[in-house]
Design a protein around this ligand. Structure first.
Ligand code: S3P
Length: 431
């Protein structure tokens, strides 16, 4: 029987067509969690089909919150419990999802019971001290495995507000502390070293909470109650990135992506792609529950190089694997700096990108906090490893389109963590 987790990608000469991208993963997680603690029934269309978001739904179900899929494709309904959830009878399995574990912990810290959270092998290696420190300061008691790794045991209860200055720029940490802030006495402030995605703040406001934002500080007063909402989840720009980079590989390619998230804290990707030579236009801009949405049309042209550093690295953290995977085909290559965080994602993404590019015959300089990839290189197909990481699997499927000869992505099913139908869609648009 063929191994379904291996996918063969053959060289292409162009990409053409339209792709309807599934709902944004970051927003779907936050909607599901906030709907669980809101009053009333929330309905979401185009809710992400990602395995990660299923992990969030499974966890909230174990906390007493009922949800169901509706007939409308991708629509779900979540029956809110109000601020008090039910003590879980079982361990909350977060699967591969750091977002589930980190953000849900913020809510669990404010619940008057003990919960346990675990994850798969990859998540079990990821750092949790970044949420344990602020939540403990707020009054929760948290136990973890050695080195602040999962599994976590959270003894929740009454919390006090804090002013938190995280060392790393992380939207998951910010959302975690703001969610805990809902249950705390007083005003909780998170002041980030660099601006990160603000879906937590926007979703909290959509559910009726007041959240103030001044510069890089977000503040929330405790005791606010949330009200159910109806929303359409915008298409995930980080998933769209794979098709945009595929279009960038072939001058003359043309791709249309309707209904994509255009939130400015995520859309830096579009500026960088334009800088690198992709021709992009955005039409039909609309707002859905505070999030900006639009249709992206992109045309491939000469592909130049660039440097990603500082605040750009934080803003592009999920798209760097695919930008790096296609960088050898650009004129000037790519340098990535200040990206130590990439080493603690689903896998060490700096090492994974370097290993796969080298297997394809590319020269790559790997650095502790980044990499340098020369442009103008010719790559060949190879047997590559996803390292169990969805973004690595998809990034190298895109890079394989311009390589000489075919490429096998071993462990390609990892893509389902954020984008279960990715390979089908990629096949549809490649010529
Ligand atoms: C996410 C934030 C980022 C990102 C992750 C999703 C979020 O992680 O890499 O895929 O939804 O807040 P960090 O907050 O750890 O940087």
């Amino acid at each position: 029987m063929p191994d379904v987790s291996n996918v063969v990608v053959r060289p292409a000469c162009a990409v053409r067509g339209a792709v309807r991208i599934p709902g944004d993963k970051s927003i779907s997680h936050r909607y599901a969690m906030l709907a669980a603690i809101a009053e009333g029934t929330s309905r979401f269309q185009n809710f992400s089909a990602a395995r990660d978001c299923q992990s969030t739904l499974d966890c909230v179900a174990k906390l007493g919150c009922e949800w169901k899929r509706l007939e409308d494709d991708g629509a779900i309904e979540v029956r809110g419990m109000g601020p008090r959830l039910t003590a879980p009878a079982e361990v909350l399995d977060c699967g591969n999802s750091g977002s589930t574990m980190r953000m849900l912990s913020g809510i669990l810290a404010g619940q008057p019971f003990t919960s346990e959270l675990c994850g798969d092998e990859s998540l079990s290696r990821r750092p949790m001290a970044r949420i344990m420190t602020p939540l403990s300061e707020m009054g929760a008691k948290i136990e973890a495995a050695e080195g602040g790794r999962p599994p976590l045991r959270i003894h929740g209860g009454s919390l006090k507000a804090i002013r938190h200055r995280p060392e790393v720029a992380s939207a998951q940490v910010k959302s975690c502390v703001l969610f805990a802030g809902l249950f705390a006495a007083g005003e909780t402030v998170v002041e980030e070293p660099m601006r990160t995605r603000d879906h937590g703040e926007i979703a909290l406001r959509a559910f009726g909470a007041e959240v103030e934002r001044i510069g890089n500080a977000s503040r929330i007063a405790g005791g606010q109650r949330l009200r159910a909402i109806e929303a359409h989840v915008p298409g995930d720009l980080s998933s769209a990135a794979f098709f945009l980079c595929a279009a960038a590989l072939f001058p003359g390619s043309q791709i249309a992506l309707p209904g994509i998230l255009m939130n400015p804290t995520r859309a830096r990707l579009l500026d960088i792609l334009v800088q690198m030579g992709l021709k992009i236009s955005v039409a039909h801009l609309e707002e859905h529950q505070g999030e900006l949405v639009g249709t992206i049309e992109a045309r491939g042209a000469a592909w130049k190089g660039t440097v990603i550093a500082g605040a750009d690295t934080a803003a592009l953290i999920d798209e760097i694997p695919v930008l790096a995977a296609v960088a050898p085909y650009s004129e000037g290559g790519l340098e990535v700096r200040d990206a130590k965080e990439l080493r603690v994602k689903e896998t060490d993404r700096i090492a994974a990108v370097a290993a796969n590019l080298r297997k394809m015959g590319a020269e790559v300089e790997e650095r502790p906090d980044g990499m340098r990839i020369l442009g103008g290189q010719h790559l060949h197909g190879a047997e590559l490893d996803s390292f169990g990481d969805h973004r690595i699997a998809m990034a190298f499927a895109v890079a394989a389109l311009r390589a000489e000869g075919e490429t096998t992505i071993v462990g390609a099913d990892a893509a389902g963590v954020s984008y279960p139908t990715f390979f089908e869609e990629l096949r549809k648009i490649t010529e």
